[in-house]
Design a protein. Sequence first.
Length: 348
Amino acid sequence: EIEGLTRAGCRALALGAGREAVGCFKKALLLSRDAASPRLCRACAFNLGAAYVETGKPKKGLEFLLQSQPSEGESREHSEDPYFNIGAAHEGLRDFPKALEYFHKATDCERLAQAGSRAGTRVQMGCCYLGMQDPARAARCFLDAAHTYVTAASPEAAAVALSRASGSMLQSRRFRAAEIAGVLAQCRSLCESIPDPSLRGKIYNDIGIGYSQLRIFSLAAESFERALALCGAEPDRRGEAALLQNLGAAHNALHSFGTAVGWHRRAAALHSALGNRRAQGQCFGNLAYACSRLGNHEAAAENYLHALQAFRDAGDVQGQWQAREGLGAACFHLGHPQKAVGHYQEAL
């Protein structure tokens, strides 16, 4: 009966039915206490604790995971799982130093374990270092994980780890631009082997943001376009709106203002439909800038006015200041110096 409940719990957990899994493991643990087998009881406590951690209840999970540990003098199975799960529980409780202590113990036990298991632990360690505001160490953990995943022929997991590594490298400011660009290129080369279009689109978007921060706008625009082509099936269109906005900004940076105008208009319309006035104001400001660079100062003034109103509605003071400044420049080019001075004074 205990074996049947354990199998049912594992199956439920694999299907994302966390509450059902916890129920099965609870029943198995209660039955194991009558079986006069400490090892069986520990195994059932471990399953229940791991399920609680998996379902977002790390405090409850830690309680049972600690019960699953052998007492002094008892033999300890050579497995990284108990250490990994206890580490994950401490991570969930945001006790990152304690979590790292257990993840290090897990890596000591993992030397003969599967590569995927070792890489998973390195990813968790990277997350802990991010929680401790140490992105440089986090980046190294993610890079180690990515290399291990490549060795284990897991390109999807490797691409995710490389994406996280590049973000941490940019955040830390301790890595050269060429190093970060190299990681982004590796990540990009793995993207097409990712079968899940939603995940592939998310990673392309992350790559685009990375290239934007490195000011490599041609590759940023290419990555955003690939991401946009993959987000059509997403029910939540906020990601699509952000991609359109990013594409417009990338083309502004590339001075391809004619192309940028189309992206800005689409982004502004979608942000309007989603009720995001601040983002819509940013799109109107970007659109106005593109129009001004194309010499269409009348359209620029009109869109700066739209941006100003959107920023007012959103309560964004800095956005209002920027829109006022742009409006002043547009009025000056249209031959209205007094209006321009008025807008500049408002901006001040």
